[in-house]
Design a protein around this ligand. Structure first.
Ligand code: GUN
Ligand code: ZN
Length: 449
């Protein structure tokens, strides 16, 4: 079923309806930023998109024998970008009933200890990427564990699949079980080794990954920032202001800091290519500082609801006078779904509870170009446009009998998208293309009655 990597070198084309973004709908409105190409031809070669244009124009000029997949009842979009996930937490998805700090202690830290074993880590990494592909996720920003083996395992599997992955070794030198602790020095050394091995190898990118302010000493945060200064092209990822108990703990641990973001700021860990998950309890000063420093946020609605962390203020984050880069995160395993469609849906519900509607178009932007921008990778991914890497997802508008029936009542593409994100999940992902190679294809649904 999945094509071989050699296929990336031959010209391949998809024909169907394409939906993509040329700008940010939160800044410019949906009409100015969403691009819909009906019956388009997307041509790909050598891992990149060569052209996107009307099929009637493109088809006659294709060299004879070019494979063309004709997709009806489907939408072609850019591959989904998951801006925050923990692959080691796959075995604890659904461990419910506890707030963040208790959940970490009871479920997360015990589960992460198993990743000292690289064979186990490889097995979980394979499962993780299979799920991502089945859900149309072609780029993810991933936390590993404190063990370097967990990082090698993840990048090995990602590299073999040609996926673009941002990931790093978790740094934590306090307030966790001894088996999961490094030190400021060993964390720095191991991160530097991994970074030198993986950053820029194929599509792999390294993220310096202090878990959060609670579990890193000031010395460790400083060492992380030194490494970033030495390798400014790398990413930084961590957690920020997820839960009120956590915020209070950080205030106790760093009494000199003005607020939670200021802890990272004082240690040199904010700026372009830094992304912080959650930001549920941020104050205005922190949003303004994220904007000013070009620090991004990963909005993880299924996780925030599952742990009872709170409701992210997307409207405030995207305020036009000081917009913050925002992407969507599954936050597996506090998050409850690998489906970015479901994550979009939950983001819509959280927005609604905050008193703002989130249109399906805005949600799709967050899951594609918004995520790419949050990771500062929008020069390569996030859009269906010439020159972009050929990461695509084919979404099936009739993926279940219910969806097929519901779609007979929609009049516009926007309505169809809304139905897709409400009823859709991995069944709605017909195919996932990674750098011009089909890496996932769903078996055909039986015809509806
Ligand atoms: N804060 C620190 N570590 C974690 C984690 O693993 N998951 C979530 N959701 N929040 C965190
Ligand atoms: Zn997380």
């Amino acid at each position: 079923m999945p094509a071989t990597t050699d296929d990336a070198h031959t010209l391949t084309a998809l024909r169907g309806d394409v939906i993509s973004f040329r700008g940010d709908p939160f800044a410019d409105g949906l009409d100015a930023s969403m691009v819909v190409d009906r019956d388009a031809l997307v041509c790909m070669r050598d891992g990149h998109i060569l052209s996107v244009g009307p099929a009637a124009v493109g088809l006659p000029s294709l060299p004879e024998g070019t494979p063309v997949e004709h997709l009806s009842g489907a939408l072609i979009t850019a591959g989904f970008v998951d801006t925050h996930a923990h692959y080691p937490q796959l075995p604890i998805i659904g461990a419910r009933g506890l707030p963040l700090l208790d959940w970490l202690e009871r479920h997360t830290f015990p589960a992460e200890q198993a990743y000292a074993n690289i064979d186990y880590a490889r097995e979980m990494a394979r499962l993780y990427f299979a799920e991502n592909l089945g859900n149309g996720i072609t780029t993810a920003s991933v936390f590993c564990t404190v063990h370097p083996e967990s990082v090698d395992a993840l990048f090995e599997v990602s590299h073999a699949l040609g996926l673009r992955t941002v990931a790093g070794k978790v740094l934590m030198d306090r307030h966790a079980p001894a088996a999961l602790l490094d030190t400021a020095q060993s964390g720095y050394d191991q991160s530097r080794d991994l970074l030198e091995r993986w950053h820029g190898r194929g599509r792999q990118r390294y993220a310096i990954t202090p878990r959060f302010a609670v579990s890193s000493s000031p010395a460790q945060l400083e060492a992380a920032a030194s490494l970033w200064r030495e390798h400014p092209d790398c990413h930084v990822q961590s957690h920020l202001s997820e839960n009120l108990q956590e915020v209070a703990r950080v205030r106790q641990l760093f009494p000199q800091a003005r607020d939670y973001l200021d802890v990272y700021d004082r240690h040199g860990l904010v700026g372009p290519r830094a992304i912080y998950a959650h930001g549920v309890h941020l104050e205005e000063r922190e949003f303004a500082r994220c904007h000013e420093s070009d620090t991004a946020l990963a909005h993880c609605p299924t996780s925030n609801l599952f742990l009872g962390s709170g409701l992210f203020d997307l409207a405030s984050a995207t305020r036009r006078d000081r917009p913050v880069r925002v992407g969507l995160g599954t936050d597996i395993g506090a998050g409850t779904s690998f489906s970015m469609l479901q994550t979009m849906d939950e983001a819509g519900k959280v927005s609604q509870l905050r008193g703002h509607a989130l249109t399906a178009g805005h949600a799709l932007y967050l899951a594609t170009l918004g995520g790419a921008r949050a990771l500062h990778l929008d020069d390569r991914i996030g859009r269906v446009a010439p020159g972009m890497e050929a990461d695509l997802v084919v979404l099936d508008l009739h993926s279940t009998p219910l969806m097929r029936a519901r779609m007979t009542h929609v009049d516009t593409l926007d309505e169809a998208l809304a139905v897709l994100m409400t009823l859709g999940d991995d069944r709605a992902v017909r195919a996932t293309w990674v750098a011009g190679v089909k890496r996932h294809e769903r078996e055909r649904m039986p015809p509806a009655h």
